[in-house]
Design a protein around this ligand. Sequence first.
Ligand code: F6P
Length: 414
Amino acid sequence: MAASKRNIIVGQSGGPTSVINSSLAGVYKTAKERGFHKVYGMLHGIQGFLDEQYVDLSTQIHSDMDIELLKRTPSAFLGSCRFKLPEIHEDTDTYEKIFQILDKLDIEAFIYIGGNDSMDTIKKLSDYAIIKGHSQKFLGVPKTIDNDLALTDHTPGFGSAAKYIAASTKEVIRDALGLTYNKEMITVIEVMGRNAGWLTGATALARTEECDGPDLIYLPEILFDMEKFEKKVTELLKKKHSIVIAVSEGIKTADGKYVCELSGGADYVDAFGHKQLQGTAAYLAGHLGAVIGCKTRSIEFSTLQRSASHMASRVDVNEAFMVGGAAVKAADEGDSGKMVVIDRVSDDPYMSAAGIYDVHRIANNEKLVPRTWVNKEGNYVTQEFINYIEPLIQGDYQPFMVNGLPQHLVLNKK
Ligand code: F6P
């Protein structure tokens, strides 16, 4: 039997995904296998931790069946937060408090599952530990549907969101086709991703043997030109009755304004300075309806695209589990201030492996879609883009169905 070790704590942060809990399961299982004594879960990330909100995960996960249920449960099982730690030189009290709690709980390793804003937390805590000579290890586990983390081939959560988006786009296209006999209709679909167009581009996967896919795709990496857009849609309507357009929530006009701000949206700003983006499709559908004078509809996939665990990709669930386990292994072997990454080993057959990078090279960076993966006109993605995503949406991870609905594992606070 492995010698008993000290304790480990894990937290979840930022926008959830449908596989973020698979990473949590990977952390828990690997920590237990490697002989860690207690595995704590911080509630609502570092924000809850500062209020000493945490649970011993052995009071929540009782069997391998619970692990399997956790892997199939969307949203952050432990609760999430969007909380920015102060700069170290600005407020050492916050850091002292964090390290006091870590010492009290005998924490050897701190694992944080999140995106680039969350990696800022790992960066600051590992820096502070070095400055003050604390021995705890700090490791990041990648997570975001946006796929905008640097140095990893892709992020857990992206493949499942892309699968849901592509499948739903196919369904939306079918629905619209059935109702456009001698009648024109424009459907505008809005996809998340803030400044990165990976998810919006995933709508192109809907172009299959029996489906044309969306007609136009607009990513936030390319400035949005309203006049060109209207002209293009008008041209297309001369050829077909149903036009389906995918737009990112983050498309901007040349003057730097988000399109969703044109209708007065985007008022709320989070701790990292990100505006809440929504209403892009509604604005454009309304605008086209007024300019062109035909029926329009807007569809916002909104939180459905990051919580649809019933459409999870098996590749994604398995990779999310793998990176959780790899972070525990890295911390156990002495690494700190690093984030686990996914390396693509081969495309055909698709294979990946876990790697590791300095978190300073990842935190607060955004990996955007390269210009060469968007067509010349800036209104569709290229075959290279599609080839990159296709392996990530493969396979299913069926939910456990109870009375016709997916069953989830939920936190027991008693
Ligand atoms: O960070 C992931 C993400 O899903 C972005 O794509 C989106 O802009 C944002 O979260 C929305 O966050 P919230 O749910 O906090 O409004």
